[in-house]
Design a protein around this ligand. Structure first.
Ligand code: PLP
Ligand code: TYF
Length: 392
């Protein structure tokens, strides 16, 4: 059966992880994969999560099967977190628990394929490496629009120019905040322009929210999403608790659909449950139960999140100050304006290879580094290596 099968090329991000693991240099620095690390370079379980897990271990009544749509309390909490607790759109929302943000994207891709199999999904370039494969795995076509950082935000004119080739019913996949890999988001005006464009042309926004709370704050990071929800009739949202709750391996996320008319809710929910049923039956409970506890009593989680967000902001600040003091080219200093875990360096793939070979610094070949992965002691050597690489 498998004699004609050949191994697939390794995902470049995992290949980078392996190269890092095998690098014997003691001062090597892994800025490849998107994982938050504290000032010591560790990723401990959040205190709020630890407490919720202890409580759950002491009180969880049973491990019997759960509903196909997952933990209802978690789904309701996530819907409020995304839309805002007072959003008038809440009655239009259908939310199901998914296997991480990735599972949310795939579930929504399957839903799109059920409702509109001819849809093309428009994806940012550069963008998240897994977006094209996820959408194509559901049988959908994909196309690209440019994501061009322009000062502190993204240029909206070339983006809309590309999208003018989209047909009514096509889907525009846009990241909600802290864009992976560039660290640059749409401005408020950019969100307004994209929202009107989608609404006028019958394009369906699919918002990928993987970093809510790690940019400027939970509500601040959701402003663009909420604008779209308030103005576009149908909106799809994939959300992840991997980064903002540090639940990476628990695979905790949600897929939300804002329907144009409440009468569509029952059918949408039943198709979403059908997708779960034929894929894995029901999502895993543990991460969702922990996340529900955090969402229902959020003070300690908000503090954990603030600490992560402030550290990322601090590292970015110290790195750009150091670059500035060392006389770095202005293109490098622009990373001051980026938001969230990532920054796209103005370096070519061959520069990134030299950064790895000569300095033991691992970022992706496209130039992405995980700012949240820089320990305090590594800031200055990193700045020096970036300058040496960018002027060489
Ligand atoms: N979307 C984006 C933009 C991401 O960067 C990531 C992961 O980093 C995901 C989705 C997937 O998140 P998860 O790990 O919850 O599947
Ligand atoms: O872009 C990143 O670094 C994250 C991490 O299969 C990731 O998306 C990468 C690959 C993967 C799951 C998560």
């Amino acid at each position: 059966m498998f004699s004609d099968l050949r191994p697939l090329p390794l995902d470049p991000l995992w290949a980078l992880q392996n190269a890092f693991r095998d690098d014997p240099r003691p001062d090597k620095l892994n800025l490849g994969i998107g994982i938050y690390r504290d000032h010591l370079g560790q990723t401990p379980v959040l205190r709020s999560v630890q407490r919720a897990e202890e409580q759950r271990a002491a009180t969880a009544p049973s491990k019997i099967y759960r509903p196909l749509s997952g933990n209802a309390d978690f789904n309701a909490g996530m819907t409020r977190l995304l839309l805002g607790a007072l959003s008038p759109a809440l009655p239009r929302a259908v939310t199901v628990q998914t296997v991480g943000g990735t599972g949310a994207l795939r579930t929504l891709a399957d839903l799109i394929a059920s409702a509109h199999p001819d849809a093309t999904v428009w994806i940012s370039d550069p963008g998240y490496a897994n977006h094209h494969p996820l959408m194509r795995a559901a049988g959908l076509m994909t196309a690209e629009y440019p994501w061009q950082p322009d000062g502190q935000s993204v240029a909206v004119t070339p983006l809309l120019q590309a999208l003018s080739a989209a047909r009514s019913g096509d889907v525009v996949l846009v990241q909600g905040c802290c864009h992976n890999p560039t660290g640059t988001d749409l401005s408020a005006d950019g969100w307004r322009a994209l929202t009107s464009f989608c609404t006028e042309r019958g394009l369906i926004p699919l918002i990928d929210m993987a970093y809510q709370g790690l940019g400027q704050g939970l509500d601040e990071d959701a402003r663009g999403l909420r604008l779209m929800v308030d103005h576009a009739p149908t909106v799809l949202i994939a959300a992840s608790c991997s980064k903002n709750m540090g639940l990476y391996c628990e695979r905790t996320g949600t897929a939300t659909v804002l329907v144009a008319d409440a009468s569509e809710k029952a059918a949408v929910l039943s198709v979403l449950e059908g997708i779960a049923r034929r894929t894995y039956s029901m999502p895993p409970e543990h991460g969702a139960a922990v996340a529900a506890a955090l969402l229902n009593d959020p003070a300690e989680w908000h503090e954990d999140l603030r600490v992560m967000r402030d550290r990322i902001g601090h590292v970015r600040q110290v790195l750009t100050d150091t670059l500035c003091n060392l006389g770095a080219p202005t293109a490098l200093q622009a990373i001051r304006h980026h938001r969230g875990m990532f920054t796209l360096l103005p370096l070519r793939p061959e520069d990134m290879r030299r950064l790895q070979r000569d300095h033991g610094i691992y970022g992706t070949h496209e130039g992405r580094i995980n700012v949240a992965g820089i320990p305090d002691h590594a800031v200055r050597p990193l700045a020096q290596a970036l300058i040496a690489t960018s002027v060489a």
